[in-house]
Design a binder for this molecule. Sequence first.
Ligand code: PLP
Length: 376
Amino acid sequence: MDVPFYGHVRQYHNIQAEIDANIQGVLESGQYVMGPMLKRFEKELANYHGMQYAVGVGNGTDALWLAFQALGIGPGDECITTANTFFATAEAIWIAGATAVFVDSDPRTNCIDPAKIEAAITPRTKALVPVHLYGQCADMKAIREIADRHRLFVIEDNAQAAGARGDGFRIGELSDAACTSFIIQKNLGCFGDGGAVVTNHEHVDRTVRRLRNHGSDKRSCHSPGYNSRLDDLQAGVLSAKLKHIDEWSAARRKWAARYSACLKDVETITLPYEKPGYYHVYHLYVIETKVAAHRDVLLKFLNENGIDAKCHYPIAIHQQDGYPWGKGARIPQPVTHTERNAACCISLPMFPELTGEEVDYVIEKVLEWSRTAGAL
Ligand SMILES: Cc1ncc(COP(=O)(O)O)c(C=O)c1O
């Protein structure tokens, strides 16, 4: 059996009539950029988050650095984040001209460890940039408390956790801006690139709106900005998909529960940890081999058996070739858990449209490998 890593086409087929109708509507409207479908989707997205503002931009990386820019973060400033994330988190900090400061992650959630943040704060620190890694919220209550104590901004990298919740908090409400990516593989993904900034700050909304559109909020009037707009066709796709995001999160959680129940006795791997009271939406279901040398062996075994398992992320940002490329970067303390996560992680197939047979086949193969792992 072959088990794919993504189910984009299955998802499209399941709601094809809704997506096609929105695409057709945009095509017939004659308004493809900054048109009524974008406006509609922005309103729906803000409502979904229970937030005042949502502004669609070209991609998740732009969402981050445009938010930084709107908050006045730039050269000379430091932003604290983690190195076990997709490269774009740090890249956005560098695009804004700031310094990325990497602290270690929590060994169980792999999100930023709030206990490591304060030791990294200097007079130049301007913002904390937690990533809701793999679909589980970082500990935003602790992060907000630290930010308040040191008068820092908080910008959430929410590329991976659409629909997730924390213990008594929602994404966006404890930060200055939550930035998301709609690239196809995300839990809420369009058919290309897209992103958004969600915020309760009118100033952030207004500034990102202006920056994304050549510094203009009125025809023919400009100040320096960029071109980074979510186009109306993608907004139409996202508007159709947003109605399904909660049922898709529930399906992801069902498959995660099945993986976890059936793999819980495998001594050679560690399973994902869901914090009590949190609603993890399993953008990725990431296991870790307890022995780093096992990771590539298990990955190869799964791949050779038709299972498209992957790694997120096998090379942490500070381990990339050429780091830091002349950019501002600082690692004040060892990042041991980040490095363990990079060395040991394997993402099993995870998407709402998986079938029970596919999930059971993946489980069967991990169990089969585990029976031999002791002898490797
Ligand atoms: C954690 C994280 N941050 C930022 C991004 C950047 O988003 P994009 O690819 O839409 O620029 C991604 C995904 O690609 C991501 O996973």
